[in-house]
Design a protein around this ligand. Structure first.
Ligand code: PLP
Length: 450
């Protein structure tokens, strides 16, 4: 299929974008200079620019188009629901069939007693809503002071004001604004590669845990509501915590009556070979899982706060005057839920998680082969969630000067060679559609090597 546009149409679209559209996460200096790369179509694991040129999508859009592009089953489910009933209010006492069906399906595939779900419009609003739910839950338990949130430096939980303040280093890109709030307490990043010099992995783990416990004790456990973490950090640089980290953090949370929230916006829906990585990959039993992105394979915007029977028991006992006053017009949008139902059906019918469990380790091996290149300091991640860290010196892990712009230069060159990879500072991040085959894996590694 040819997605090429006539040159004047392509130029007009590029100008419209440049003149009228404020993109998410804009750096104005670079946008002014470069404008946008416009994509005019996509099929399978490929996207096409306005000249019709094909690129291998190493980012699944933005960690989300897990089943690839052009899935007629998902498109049909969306169209069918839009024809039948595009929308009706989701507010209490009213509902739609797709939202109810999807809630049941999520309860089926979620681990442990996570049998309840609140729908939002994406990952940020899901994390934001989780905080609202957590505060409500603690207040119902007579623990109104339990409001603080423990988060990790480098984590990314979203772009609403609150979730951005929960997103460690990312706020540094907005030096003109102050996102600090008493409510959010940021802990050291569990970045094993960049642990203090001379410290081994076990020592680093002890340090992280003792710092966390000290923080809990100094703030007072009765002021701390929840701990939020991605099982494997994504946008912060595919950061792999030291072995045993999750279990020990969960132990602290249990000890101090702190809810454990696992932000699986990226790691969920197959990226690490399971519907949810928390339980099956990391052995965790979170109180809440946050989902978005892959839950509809990126075909529609959806977020989900998936929470436990234990929490529901407290909500069920709420007094008559207590309302959970959180909700969006598009919570549980029927068309969006239809897309998620079709995604779950396809994932199971095609054993996408099995494919990732089989091919993810091949992806890791192919990328790790790049470690013989002298500017590659680290290759890390798991399954179809990987990152290559560029350094000026492999031994000392010293970084290139920021003005060398090494991440951008590598990603730009990959782009010229037909591969979409994402640069974050000195990192090249890869999170391809989960239908990547051995050929796509080999092509990605070969392009990055070049
Ligand atoms: N949480 C994590 C772990 C994410 O990676 C993201 C987005 O990249 C979000 C939350 C925010 O999700 P959204 O962009 O759908 O609001």
């Amino acid at each position: 299929r040819d997605f090429a546009l006539p040159e004047d149409e392509a130029k007009a679209a590029w100008e419209a974008d440049r003149q009228h559209l404020l993109h998410p996460w804009t750096n104005f200096a670079s946008f002014k200079e470069r404008g946008s790369f416009l994509v005019s179509g996509a099929r399978g694991v490929h996207v096409y620019d306005t000249t019709g040129r094909q690129y291998l999508d190493g980012m699944a859009g933005l960690w989300c188009v897990n089943l690839g592009y052009g899935r007629e089953d998902i498109v049909e489910a969306i169209a069918d629901q839009a024809r039948r009933m595009p929308y009706f209010t989701p507010f209490v006492d009213v509902g739609s069939l797709p939202a109810a069906d999807l809630a049941k399906e999520i309860a089926r595939i979620a681990p442990g007693d996570l049998n309840h779900v609140f729908f939002t419009c994406g990952g940020s609003t899901a994390n934001d809503s989780a905080v609202r739910l957590i505060h409500f839950y603690h207040a119902l338990r007579g623990k109104k002071d339990k409001r603080r949130l423990l988060v990790q430096m480098d984590s990314y939980h979203g772009s609403t004001y609150l979730t951005h303040s929960m997103s460690g280093r990312h706020t540094a890109r907005s030096p003109l604004l102050n996102f600090e709030t008493e409510m959010v307490q940021t802990l050291r990043s569990p970045n094993t590669y960049r642990r203090p010099e001379g410290m081994d992995e076990a020592g680093f783990l002890d340090l992280l845990i003792s710092e966390m416990e000290e923080r809990i004790l100094s703030l007072g456990a009765d002021t701390i509501a929840a701990f939020f973490a991605e099982p494997l950090m994504g946008a912060g640089g595919v950061i792999v915590p030291p072995r045993g980290y999750h279990a020990r953090v969960q132990g602290l949370c249990r000890k101090y009556d702190i809810l454990y929230v696992s932000d699986e916006v990226v790691t969920g829906f197959g990226r690490l070979g399971h519907f949810f990585a928390s339980a099956e990959h990391f052995g965790l039993e979170p109180d809440i899982i946050i989902s978005a992105k892959g839950i509809t394979s990126g075909y529609q915007p959806l977020g989900a706060v998936i929470y436990s029977d234990r929490m529901q028991a407290v909500l069920n006992a709420a007094p008559e005057e207590a309302w959970f006053t959180n909700g969006f017009t598009y919570s549980g949008h029927p068309v969006v839920c239809a897309a998620a139902l079709a995604t779950i059906r396809a994932m199971e019918a095609e054993d996408i998680c099995g494919h990732v469990r089989e091919n993810g380790p091949k992806f890791e091996t192919a990328l790790k082969s790049l470690l013989d290149i002298d500017i590659v300091g680290d290759v890390r991640g798991s399954h179809f969630m990987m990152c290559v860290e560029a350094v000026a010196d492999q031994k000392t892990k010293e970084l290139f000067a920021p003005k060398a712009d090494v991440g951008h230069r590598i990603a730009d060159h990959a782009h010229e060679l037909g591969l979409i990879a994402r640069s974050i500072g000195n990192l090249i991040v890869l999170s391809p559609p989960l239908i990547f085959t051995e050929d796509h894996i080999a092509e990605t590694a070969a392009t990055l090597r070049e």
